[in-house]
Design a protein around this ligand. Structure first.
Ligand code: ATP
Length: 388
């Protein structure tokens, strides 16, 4: 979708910003460009919408050499989100969002209806925020408007330059998640510039790690963290890359354990006896459809003992859960937040299994070793601490 062929840029004062860039971003792919200040990320990005012209090489968008495309026409096909957002202060949020449709000659009503749809999509109620002016929004809300505006004309390509850089870390993480959710539906081809390796790893299908003016490694987050191509990349991704892997390694079926189970409508006495016999101190409580209702302690069941009650009467709320496929980091933070010894893993509302700290550790080690060996994670066999 976006193709760089031996692209270089030397500024008029002789500064060589980038040299010999050669890579491709596939349709619907999100590629993050990451590297230290001044390494050429922004230059790379601004060449795609012709705010900067390369001095050598060509850039193709959808197979077409952009050197031959009128820049104004080109920019209408490419959404652009920048850190400073650049909203017009004297226009309402709704009209700011509708900027590009207005420019391309849409009727006002149609453009505003589209803008309202997009504000909704980025989590801003158009009836509340649409009539406001940019200064009446928080930083995070302004960033959302920036994203909505860039999507308004439904461009196939999005360029994002430090789009979440101006907000605090908590808001940033929320905006990142929201954008990933959005991207799963809109599937734009995205180039995202950041100097933050955490953001690059979380957001990117692939990451381009920049050295000075060139790409040191172009690969998936798991490979960049697991098998840095050069000492420079290893140093850039940091010594705690094992921890960072938590965000890119997802919970898999083979990581799960089968927990003791009890049914919501099971009488308390027999349930207690059965769990005791199994040596289980607790059980997950499921309804007749196999959906998670909560959990119950065997001691509580035994203490009550009455057959007038069912397990559901004593069940407690299960706070610590994640959807199947969630990053291990999410599971880990649920464990910490709820001080839980295990986390339920759900497919919709249905319980698939539970993740324990031991399994979480194994999953992480398996992912690291799989990369080192160049095989899929489930092909790695190793002795776990518990087997020793
Ligand atoms: N107009 C210009 N004239 C001369 N040199 C420039 C110009 N714009 C950028 N540069 C230089 O080109 C190099 C790459 O800059 P660029 O802005 O692409 O880096 P970056 O990786 O985006 O940095 P940052 O993260 O700080 O924004 C830097 O050395 C910068 O000083």
């Amino acid at each position: 979708m976006i193709r760089f062929e031996q692209v270089s840029k030397v500024y008029p004062d002789g500064t060589s910003a980038v040299d010999g860039l050669d890579f491709e971003v596939a349709e619907g792919e999100l590629v993050t460009l990451v590297g230290p200040s001044g390494c050429g990320k922004t230059t790379t990005m601004m060449m795609v919408n012709r705010l900067i012209e390369p001095t050598a090489g060509r850039i193709l968008v959808n197979g077409e050499d952009i050197a031959g495309v009128d820049p104004v026409e080109l920019r209408r096909r490419i959404g652009y989100v920048i850190q400073q957002v650049g909203l017009f202060p004297h226009r309402t949020v709704l009209d700011n969002t509708a900027t590009v449709p207005f420019l391309t000659g849409w009727k006002k009503d149609r453009a505003r209806a589209r803008a309202a749809e997009l504000l909704d999509l980025v989590g801003l109620d158009p009836s509340v925020y649409g009539p406001r002016y940019p200064e009446q929004l928080s930083g995070g809300q302004r960033q959302r408007v920036g994203v909505a505006r860039a999507l308004a004309a439904d461009p196939p390509v999005l360029l994002m330059d430090e789009p979440f850089g101006a907000v605090d870390p908590v808001v940033r993480e929320r905006l990142q998640d929201e954008f990933l959710g959005l991207q799963a539906t809109v599937r734009k081809t995205v180039l995202l510039v950041t100097h933050d390796i955490e953001e690059a790893v979380r957001m990117g299908d692939r990451i381009a790690v920049y050295g000075q003016g060139h790409i040191e490694q172009f690969d998936t987050p798991a490979s960049v963290l697991g098998a840095p191509a050069t000492p420079y990349v290893a140093q850039f991704v940091g010594a705690d890359r094992g921890l960072k892997r938590l965000s890119v390694t997802s919970v898999q079926q083979e990581d799960l354990e089968e927990p003791p189970r009890a049914r919501l409508d099971e009488p308390v006495g027999p349930a207690a006896a059965r769990l005791r016999a199994e040596g289980a101190r607790w059980a997950v409580v499921l309804n007749e459809r196999g959906e998670l209702h909560g959990w119950v302690s065997t001691d509580d069941l035994a203490r009550v003992g009455s057959d007038d009650l069912v397990v559901g009467n004593l069940a407690r709320r299960m706070n610590a859960w994640v959807p199947m496929g969630a990053p291990l980091k999410h599971a880990f933070s649920e464990m910490l937040q709820w001080d839980a010894g295990w986390v339920a893993v759900l497919d919709g509302a249905r319980l698939v299994g539970v993740l324990t700290p031991r399994k979480l550790h194994e999953a992480l080690r398996r992912s690291v070793e799989a990369d080192a060996l160049g095989v899929a994670p489930h092909e790695v066999a190793f002795d776990s601490v518990a087997d020793a």
